[in-house]
Design a binder for this molecule. Structure first.
Ligand code: GKR
Ligand code: MG
Length: 423
């Protein structure tokens, strides 16, 4: 079992919490069987999650990659009592057990696929779609394209390379960003990361996108919970006719349910219903229509397929959440989305914001905003060991140990502080 933390260049993207650091941390896990079959996976990295993976090593080494249920019980035991009940206020999730199990499960499924000669999607029950569509993920941002640690080349065409670099802090520059991203990758739906500027500017941005792209382009906005119930209702009313879905305008299941009741438009979450334990209360309150699954946070690909079934039973729909990532997570998302019948939306991805890769063959290509589901055994990716070593070196040099968007924003605005409800 090898655990390799990496740091990937990331632009200064803004969000409700603060600012992205020049590098995003990911951890690459490789499991190798005694017959030398290798399986890989990728999870959001921080030093605590890496330490938890180290802690899990004893349980994993020597285990059978086909015995995932037993492995899950053994890991539950290992981490019993050491996990917080709540995932915290951040838009992302740092609970260790779900990350560790996702890391182990995906690598084991990669191995199982290679041993049986089947793609991972077949191990999840088989493919219900051949191509998986993704959405353009738009960010307000400061000027710049991210950290410099020997990284120089941008693999993208000039227009997207320029937009990736450019400041975007108003409706016009977000429209320009959207045009460049869609031209480069062929995405159709547009998602705006909001909760950054005054709500009215963000609403104006949504209308500018609508005006520029027309009514056939689905639009989503995600303020990551920092709008009050009243603000969410007031601005939601203005956008009601142009939204595909309204993602986490406000914080917590109860507040989301109040907004949903007042507006009657589809509401989505990756913040208020984020684990199986949250589902009974979500159903009782009616806090959302759409759950954004994420195999890193829900405990793996099979757990996400189960989430799909639960959503179907309770009249929820499914979409997919993302964070800054490289190609292993991307391909795991593709296998999973190909296997879940009720994923009804184009998936989120931060992939266009990154330039580097750890997989052989380099950056994954989108065709008209979609990725073809691999038919090769396993995940269909192999590690580029030289590229991995370089990004590991970045991790060692960059000095970042945890994601800290508040601290990063303080470097620009020293009096910045996180407010769970800002407007
Ligand atoms: O990358 O800043 C970001 C996002 O805000 C991310 O951390 C969120 O987890 O993409 C996410 C979301 O949909 O909330
Ligand atoms: Mg979200």
């Amino acid at each position: 079992m090898s655990i390799t933390p990496i740091a990937v260049t990331d632009p200064p993207l803004r969000n409700a919490v603060g600012l992205h650091a020049p590098f995003a941390l990911r951890t690459i896990i490789e499991l190798v069987t005694e017959d030398k079959v290798s399986g890989v996976s990728e999870i959001p990295g921080n030093v605590d999650i890496n330490a938890a993976l180290e802690d899990a090593r004893e349980v994993i080494v020597g285990a059978d990659p086909f015995q995932l249920n037993g492995l899950k019980l053994a890991l539950d035991d290992r981490f019993a009592g050491s996990e917080p009940d709540q995932r915290g206020d951040n838009p992302w999730d740092e609970r260790r057990l779900v990350h560790v199990f996702s890391a182990i499960e995906v690598a084991c499924l990669d191995i199982a696929g290679k041993i049986t000669g089947r793609p991972v999607v077949d191990l999840l029950g088989g493919m219900v779609r051949e191509r998986v569509p993704f959405a353009a993920y738009l960010f307000y941002k400061f000027e710049g394209a991210g950290g410099e640690l020997g990284f120089k080349t941008d693999p993208h065409a000039a227009a997207w390379a320029a937009a990736r670099q450019a400041e975007a802090l108003d409706p016009e520059s977000i429209v320009a960003q959207a045009r460049a991203m869609c031209e480069e990758f062929g995405f159709v739906p547009l998602k705006l990361k909001a909760g950054v500027l005054e709500p009215q500017i963000e609403v104006d941005t949504m209308f500018a996108l609508r005006e520029a792209f027309g009514p056939h382009v689905p639009l989503r906005i995600d303020p990551n919970g920092v709008w009050s119930v009243e603000t969410s209702i007031e601005y939601g009313r203005k956008m009601k006719d142009i939204l595909e879905y309204y993602e986490d305008p406000t914080r917590g299941q109860e507040a989301m349910a109040r907004v949903r009741k007042a507006l009657g438009i589809p509401m989505a979450t990756n913040m208020c219903t984020t684990s199986f334990d949250d589902i009974p209360r979500s159903i009782r309150l009616g806090s959302e229509d759409i759950i954004l699954s994420d195999h890193h946070f829900w405990g793996g690909l099979r757990a996400s397929v189960e989430l799909g079934r639960i959503c179907q039973t309770f009249g929820r729909r499914l979409s997919m959440h993302s964070n800054s990532h490289v190609g292993i997570s991307l391909m795991a998302m593709v296998h999973m989305a190909a296997a879940i019948p009720n994923i009804a939306y184009a998936l989120d991805t931060h992939y266009p914001w990154q330039c580097e890769e750890v997989i052989a063959g380099g950056r994954v290509e989108f065709e008209e905003g979609t990725i073809r589901v691999p038919r090769e055994p396993g995940l269909g990716v192999e590690l580029d060991r030289e590229a991995l070593a370089k990004l590991h070196d970045n991790f060692l040099k960059c000095g970042i140990t945890h994601r800290d968007d508040v601290g990063e924003m303080k470097k620009v605005h020293p009096d910045w502080e996180f407010k769970p409800i800002r407007w």
